[in-house]
Write a protein that binds this ligand. Structure first.
Ligand SMILES: Cc1cc2nc3c(=O)[nH]c(=O)nc-3n(C[C@H](O)[C@H](O)[C@H](O)COP(=O)(O)O)c2cc1C
Length: 220
């Protein structure tokens, strides 16, 4: 690759100018991103997520709403690809709980564990506004992951004390959530239900079904 190619690319990034892309950009609808954004609990071991991919995903946080615009969330990443954080990935895997509703399956199956995580911290004490920011942040990052051809899952069931102690980040930073990212190997289907039906997700013949209350029951 000619040296001046990289120089030009860097100059483009610095000036904010982008070379005109003559190829037609395919429109990706928010509905298709939302549909693909299923909580994934099994990942392709052959696909190793990079630090850069996680940073790209976390960058979504520079464009989202935040209560009083205080932007109190901070992020720590761990990937298997990075030798410095490879052990952290194993530590996190041992301290999370996946699919609490299907304990008999003991997910994730051996060999399909996530190989990349984002830990979301808050730099202020937990409050309802911190949690609102957390939800917006988590969903934005997951949608960004889908846009990159990846998948993920929010993990609230993790050993908070152990994670806090292990990473020893600044004292005021509280770990709120862990997000796993990777290439999904799961077959996940949405199942429309009425509000009176069972909301629990379940598995049948290798398919993970996620019941979702239909629109007519959501409107009051
Ligand atoms: C705040 C939050 C915390 C969650 N924590 C966990 C968790 O600890 N373990 C897990 O397996 N799934 C967790 N999930 C994923 C939910 O189980 C999942 O969203 C739900 O089953 C619906 O599936 P879907 O995301 O594919 O629509 C969490 C989701 C949210 C929004």
């Amino acid at each position: 690759m000619a040296d001046n190619y990289l120089e030009k690319k860097f100059e483009e990034m610095r000036s904010g100018k982008k070379k005109k892309n003559t190829a037609k950009k395919t429109h990706v609808s928010i509905d298709s991103l939302l549909l693909k954004n299923r909580s994934c609990r099994g990942y392709a071991p052959s696909y190793k997520v990079s630090d850069n991919e996680l940073l790209n995903i976390i960058e979504a946080n520079t464009k989202i709403p935040s209560a009083r615009n205080q932007q109190v969330l901070r992020f720590k990443i761990a990937t298997k690809l990075n030798r410095q954080t490879s052990g952290d990935v194993d530590f996190i895997t041992n301290n999370i709980k996946l699919a609490g509703a299907l304990p008999e399956l003991r997910l994730p199956f051996k060999g399909t564990e996530p190989n990349a995580y984002i830990i979301v911290y808050s730099n202020v004490p937990e409050s309802k506004w911190v949690y609102v920011d957390l939800g917006i942040s988590a969903q934005s990052m997951l949608l960004k992951a889908v846009d990159l051809g990846l998948n993920g899952i929010c993990i609230g069931a993790f050993n908070k004390e152990a994670v806090y102690e292990h990473f020893k980040v600044a004292k005021n930073l509280v770990p709120l959530m862990i997000i796993a990212i990777g290439k999904s190997i799961e077959n996940i289907q949405l199942l429309p239900i009425s509000e009176r039906e069972n909301h629990n997700y379940f598995r049948e013949n290798g398919v993970h079904f996620v019941p979702k209350v239909q629109l007519s029951d959501l409107i009051i």
